[in-house]
Design a protein around this ligand. Sequence first.
Ligand SMILES: Nc1nc2c(ncn2[C@@H]2O[C@H](COP(=O)(O)OP(=O)(O)OP(=O)(O)O)[C@@H](O)[C@H]2O)c(=O)[nH]1
Ligand SMILES: [Mg+2]
Length: 222
Amino acid sequence: MRIIELKATVTASNDRDAAALRGELKSKGTLLINLMASPGAGKTTLLERTIRDLSGEFKIGVMEADVDSDVDALRAERAGAKAIQVHTGGMCHMDAGMTRRGLEDMGWEGTDIIFLENVGNLICPAEFDTGAGKKVMLLSTPEGDDKPLKYPLMFRESDVLIISKTDVAPYFDFDFDKCVERARKLNPNITVFRLSAKTGEGFEEWENWLRNAAAEWKGAKE
Ligand SMILES: Nc1nc2c(ncn2[C@@H]2O[C@H](COP(=O)(O)OP(=O)(O)OP(=O)(O)O)[C@@H](O)[C@H]2O)c(=O)[nH]1
Ligand SMILES: [Mg+2]
């Protein structure tokens, strides 16, 4: 497992770089998923199980973006994915140029699905297009059902909202209906899953969504 040190890319247009990267990935049928959430929401735990469940069907890559450490990439690698750790040089998000460098260093060709576990926070990652084909966010029940009100851009930008740690929801008075209503007010098309890595709730639905998304992405490559 490699670790690479990155600095923010200085280019005229992140959006243009992101669109170019997305086009290259699409031409090879590789679906890049930008996974975003607060620190500790359960991103790596979600990935570990997803990799174990799906690595017989798909070639899966994981790019772990953090300010420091290699723990998450080691976890993804142990679960069976091709993994790379990128250090963001203190930056709180990944941009398209950084994502391209990480992917090239990892060797992305031949993979079906690559998860980019973005730096943990609900603000900056929502502002930067990384070139991903899909954006998936997690909100864990201990964070509270009011988060769509406080971090609207993240909810607006995401294709999928995974409400994680449902097993502990009763301890945090988490109101699922209120949370989903608030999220849908910002983004009527957002797909919502309830999921627990402890009980396994929701994994079947999430993994079926992934299967469909990967197939659609490949189908559109011509
Ligand atoms: N009860 C419960 N705990 C969970 C669940 N998913 C993850 N956790 C716990 O939450 C903690 C953080 O999980 P991670 O998967 O490391 O979270 P992360 O979002 O990758 O964290 P960062 O990469 O540091 O931002 C760990 O102690 C996990 O065991 C869940 O579904 N239920
Ligand atoms: Mg993590």
